[in-house]
Structures are given as C-alpha cells and as structure tokens.
Design a protein around this ligand. Structure first.
Ligand code: HEC
Length: 113
C-alpha cells in the first residue's frame, strides 16, 4: 500500500517537472522571435527621440540636443558608437533608416521647451 502511494507521488512529481521544462523551453524559444520583431519599425525620428533619447536628453542626464543644429552625421556616429556615458545603439535597436531620420529630426528640431 505504502509503496503504491510513494510511486504515485513521484510520478506526479515527474509529470510536473516535465510540464515545467516544456513551458521553460517554449518561453526560451519565443524570446529571440520577439527580440528581432521582423515587422517592427520606428514611425519616425520624433518617435525614436521621445521613446529612447528623451529618457536621458530631456532629463539633464545627457546634454540638450535639440535646438543646437548638431550635424546629423555626428549624431549618427555618437548613437552607433557611444561616447563615455552615452550608450551605443545597435542596428537591431535602431535600424539605419530610422537612425537617419532620427539624426535629421534632432538636428532640425527646436530647443526643449
Ligand atoms: C542612458 C542615457 C542616454 C540615452 C538613452 C541617450 N543618451 Fe545621448 N548622451 C548621454 C550622455 C550622458 C551624453 C554625454 C556623454 C559625455 O560626453 O560624456 C550623451 C551625449 C550625446 C551626444 C553628444 C552631444 C554633444 O553635446 O556633443 C549626442 C549627439 C547624443 N548623446 C545623442 C543621443 C541620441 C540621438 C539618443 C537616442 C537614440 C541618445 N543620445 C540616447 C546619455 C544618453
């Protein structure tokens, strides 16, 4: 009797473990798909600025960017390669085309109000 109970318990434990591993594997398998997001694209330069750059550059963590007429090529260079406390952003985060639009936007936008 006792032996039966024990084996039923361990069978249930093994089943639970297998289910847990299965869920973990499914979550791990889904992650890279979400990271690359084939259909994802930034709407325009203003959106990238608002959602990525403003976090530091509108909060005095980084220097003011807008209203300074910064060279778009310089902006692109800094964004791709970073500079001291300024983090670098890869093409998987901000694609080339969006970076071009972002640099154009930042260069021409009015100063922070
Ligand atoms: C985590 C905070 C942070 C984020 C996010 C960030 N920056 Fe910066 N950025 C900084 C800091 C800090 C500096 C100053 C670096 C230094 O000189 O040490 C800087 C410097 C710069 C500079 C040079 C400014 C100058 O006066 O020469 C440019 C251009 C720039 N950032 C563009 C951007 C753009 C565009 C984005 C959005 C894609 C962005 N940054 C996102 C923190 C950030």
């Amino acid at each position: 009797m006792c032996g039966m109970t024990t084996s039923r318990h361990s069978a249930r434990f093994i089943l639970a473990a297998v289910v847990a591993i299965g869920i973990a594997a499914r979550v791990a398998g889904a992650a890279p798909e979400e990271a690359t997001q084939p259909g994802f694209a930034w709407k325009d330069g203003a959106e990238v600025y608002a959602k990525v750059c403003a976090f530091c550059h509108d909060t005095a963590v980084g220097p003011t960017l807008r209203g300074r007429g910064l060279d778009p090529t310089y902006i692109q260079l800094i964004v791709r390669h970073g500079n001291r406390a300024m983090p670098a952003f890869r093409a998987s985060e901000i694609d080339d085309q969006s970076l071009e639009k972002l640099a154009e936007y930042v260069s021409k936008a009015e100063a922070n109000k």
